[in-house]
Design a protein around this ligand. Structure first.
Ligand code: MTE
Length: 312
């Protein structure tokens, strides 16, 4: 079960990278080396790849990007380990190519997609989002990816489809945590169809313009920035359009603690800890948690007339 904040990483040094990203329009190409197709990017060659230019690389609230090092070394991925600092090493051999995703259920055009085909089919955009874990820590992550809506348009949900159900790879040999009988594997998550179709909801394929690493959910993971991080399911192999609200792994494990909606909300506390504040990785002070993780203007119309304490 998701832990109360454990010892977090030491704040990293802030230094300027030689790298700058063209805002909003980075594109990535799949291949042996994934590169950002932007005009002013200099050659990346060594392990100092870290933070981007901290003076200019900010999210829409002016917050600095979290370092690449922290994003890729402090992870929740229970299929590998419950120890955030061990996930990156344990995940490094996950076979992420070739990788197929099956999209089915209540759709007119079910299909199997190679991730490479999705990458060439849909333009990759850069989206800088805050990620707020239910445990009380957060990051600012420059993702690359494409709106999930584009894929939904392709498969055409039928009239009765109301939710999307997502599934992570099930492979207890590669994902040893799946031998842990406490959870009901594979990892499952779900969204209402209007949440899934919202422009902020993306399928991510990269971070800092580089291909997603296994520890972050390669080759394809969901990112829903106004919800707690556990909704952003990693390493997806299956998506189904369904009429009934899906039951997620966390809802099954602890229904009183983890609801279907899981919207970031400082007014609705976890039964075992407060959600008032969070610790931004790389900072010492805690900061106030914002309703819908700071995306209220974009998403509160999805929840009109809903009691968020009941639909937590
Ligand atoms: N997806 C799978 N399949 N397994 C997981 O354990 N952890 C979730 C989410 N997606 C998880 C998952 C949680 S709790 C968080 S906070 C985010 O992934 C963390 O994403 P990150 O490691 O890329 O920061």
């Amino acid at each position: 079960m998701l832990n109360i904040p454990s010892p977090e990483i030491t704040p990293e040094h802030i230094y300027l990278s030689r790298r700058k990203f063209m805002s909003g329009a980075s594109k990535i190409m799949l291949g042996a080396a994934l590169t950002v197709a932007c005009s002013d990017q200099t050659e990346s060659s060594n392990s100092d790849f870290d933070s981007g230019n901290r003076q200019t690389d900010r999210d829409n609230l002016g917050d600095s990007w979290t370092s690449y090092k922290s994003i890729t070394n402090y992870n929740n991925f229970y299929e590998f380990s419950v120890n955030k600092e061990r996930v990156a090493v344990m995940a490094q051999d996950l076979r992420i190519s070739p990788w197929e995703i099956e999209v089915g259920g209540m759709v007119k055009n079910p299909g199997r997609y190679h991730v490479d085909d999705l990458l060439s089919k849909f333009d990759q955009e850069e989206r800088v989002y805050r990620l707020r874990c239910v445990e009380g820590w957060s990051m600012v992550i420059p993702w690359t990816g494409f709106p999930l809506r584009r894929l939904l348009d392709e498969v055409e949900p039928t009239m009765n489809a109301r939710y999307v159900r997502f599934e992570t790879l099930y492979d207890p040999v590669q994902l040893p945590g799946q031998n842990d009988g406490w959870y009901s594997w594979p990892y499952v998550e779900g969204l209402r169809l209007d949440e899934a179709s919202h422009d902020l909801t993306i399928l991510a394929t990269g971070i800092y313009g580089r291909a997603l690493l296994p520890q972050n959910g390669a080759p394809l993971r969901l990112v829903v920035p106004w919800k707690y991080g556990f909704k952003s399911i990693k390493s997806i192999v299956r998506m189904d359009l369904v009429s009934e609200q899906p039951v997620s792994l966390w809802m099954k494990a602890a229904p009183v603690e983890y609801g279907f909606y899981a919207n970031v909300n400082p007014n609705v506390h976890h039964p075992r800890w407060s959600q008032d504040t969070e610790r931004r990785i790389g900072e010492l002070q805690r900061r106030k948690t914002l309703l819908f993780n700071g995306y209220a203007e974009q998403v509160d119309n999805l929840y009109t007339n809903m009691d968020l304490k009941i639909h937590f």
